[in-house]
Design a protein. Sequence first.
Length: 218
Amino acid sequence: MAALMLGCGRAVTTAEWRNMAARSGSAAHEIPATPDRSDVDPLVNGLTDGHLVVHGSDADLAAIVLRLLRTDRLELPVGYVPVDPRSPVARLWKLPSDTVAAALDGQPDTMPLVRDDAGGVLIGLGVLEPARGTVYVDDAIPLRGATARIAVTPDPELGLRVRVVRKGLLRNRTSTHVGRAVQFGGEPVAPVRDGVTHPRSLNRWTWYRHTEDLRIVR
């Protein structure tokens, strides 16, 4: 399967990047970490056949998917080779140990694309911690008060999965909820999206399922 390979930041110095370049006759480009429109758009605009392969961090992948969303190119399948083996996206996508083979030659699939009300996307893991306020997941209210951590991940079926972690005397208590949207309102907290902390603390935040899914290769 032909691919446009994008190596982000420190990823281009890894053995995985050299392995991909050697195994594929596709175009390979080195771009900055967490790339922006000037780094991604000219490359993606010229892609009419095949799929993307991103080698980098979850934040790099999210930055590139955001450009696909903004340029109406979500029809392009995306493969991923994470630099961090503990990547939340790798776990969510259930990537095999040979991520290079999965990204280059895997089968197409879909995964819900999660957006937020600040114009960003969530690919692997979003976190609010610690938080005090009210949380809605669709019509349910899993939290009124304080919590150690609110963790949000895309859910393959409904759209997103929300874990609310409360500290206990002996151990933490976790409740899990699934839905199409999660809304937080309360004391200011800085959301973390795919490892990147929002520059400001906010007293309201929403993650919700986009109307179009992300196409992935794995």
